[in-house]
Design a protein around this ligand. Sequence first.
Ligand SMILES: [Zn+2]
Length: 478
Amino acid sequence: MAEQEKEATLPSKENFSEWYNDMLQIAEIMDVRYPVKGSYVWYPFGFSIRRNVYDIIRGLLDKDHQETMFPLLIPEHEFMKEAEHIKGFEEEVYWVLNGGTTPLDVKLALRPTSETAIYPMYRLWVRSHADLPLKLYQIVNTFRYETKHTRPLIRLREITSFKEAHTVHATWDEAASQVDEAIRLYIEFYKRLAIPVLPSKRPSWDKFPGADYTIAVDSLMPDGKTLQVGTAHHLGDNFAKTFDIKYEDVDGEQVYAHQTCYGVSERCIATLLSTHGDDKGLVLPPEIAPTQVVIIPIIFKEPEAVLNACNDVKAELEAAGVRVTIDDSDKRPGSKYYKWEMKGVPLRIEIGPRDLKNEAAMLARRDTGEKEQVPLASIKDEVISRFEIIQAALLEKATAELNERIFDCSTVDDVKEKVQDGIALVPWCGEEKCGLDLDEQAGAGILGIPTDMDEDGTYKCPICSKETRTRVYVARTY
Ligand SMILES: [Zn+2]
């Protein structure tokens, strides 16, 4: 990959939108120059971050799910079976109409999501209660004809990295437990990215088309808007009835199955990069960083001794499973620091003749900029323990920032003001009309009812003044 000719600098993260766009290009995450609107190209460096992130999802799911892959093309007659589902997606579907110059007998949809690809097969696969629960997932691209402003990793016409899980259960209650389990799994996943997320039950008008209900997780972006970064849907037996997914129960009766589905897209990477990054570039949790340690030889005399020491440290760290590189290029140290800071490398080790004399090295943290001298003899342990410290520090900082930006609000004016900075927590009587009025008057949207909060207070709906024990998150959203 050609190096940046000049050291391009990022705009301040205060100007988040500009920072985000420039960061993707300068840190080599996504190239936006592909000539199809809403489709972007992963740079190899960005893709290696993606690989590390998706390895975490796979690791979490593989404990009791199996990975699979279904076709991209969905025949029209399957796609059109579930009425609500069609209504939810009809304006967003790409259709394949021709094979070469021959019009197709059956129109084929490019999957916007895979229920209608997977469930006709589930009909064939699910036979008996012994086949349940069935828990499969796939990580695939999906296509949606977005008419809103597209944005890399956030709003795409080709979603490149849609992790969708589809489960089948004997009963409604078992499916409900699976939805809770999916949300628990997402919270765990985001914890590994050092991102706190807020789970909430979406209002009925914002649930997945065809679902009984939807629980989603949102993260807070630096500009105060929230990003929906994971959803889990209880499908009830709605799709089972449409696609005739039945099993034989213990009494030999044929009964409809109950289903769930839950998804995460590359938005997880958008929030990862945006939450932790700073004016110098990316700040990556060690588990995610393609390069975890960069060693910079400080050479002005005794180059051989310094380089030998650097190679020894590299070999020792690699033997411990650390992803490490030596930057022995001819560039000045300052220019090397710039490069690796932009890439978010969690730790930098500097070794020069003076350090060698002390049998030590300088260790610099990317997240705080702190530098300290550590003994070469224990460098491996120093590095490994720093990784844990950095991971915890990133999560703690992001959690503190999130908590500071959740505001208790009791009036519409209050909500209007506070959503400029973050998330409003607002009483809601539960009436759809009040919810929609609140959205409109506040210029923001109801995310949902927090699922991890025990409410014991009594509040007043700011629209109708009715008493309620329920509050909802309201925010400006991506
Ligand atoms: Zn009300």
